[in-house]
Design a binder for this molecule. Structure first.
Ligand SMILES: [Zn+2]
Length: 97
């Protein structure tokens, strides 16, 4: 029997996927928004597919703003995009193994 995997909804495309297939976006207690590659940091989380497209969609549809109930300045999205690009390289390395 397959274990039941709790699903998370992507704030970009709205698809439901297992936690491990997604990337956690974290709002820290200080109100800082960052990517949480380990999924273990404290704070409020939102989830994105591991695709840049979904980050771009989340920026457009303000999905992250809705989940965090705050306004997110452009430079935060720019930082997220940079972090995302760096992480993507890590995923590719990991998946190539
Ligand atoms: Zn998505």
């Amino acid at each position: 029997m397959a274990k039941k995997v709790p699903l998370r909804q992507c704030v970009g495309c709205g698809e439901m996927k297992g936690k491990k297939e997604m990337l956690r976006v974290l709002k820290t207690v200080e109100g800082h928004i960052c990517l949480d590659a380990t999924g273990k940091k404290n704070g409020r989380g939102a989830y994105l597919c591991k695709q840049e497209d979904c980050l771009l969609k989340a920026r457009k549809n303000r999905g992250l703003e809705r989940s965090f109930k705050m306004s997110i300045p452009d430079e935060v999205y720019d930082d997220l995009e940079k972090e995302f690009a760096a992480l993507k390289k890590e995923f590719e390395k990991f998946e190539a193994k």
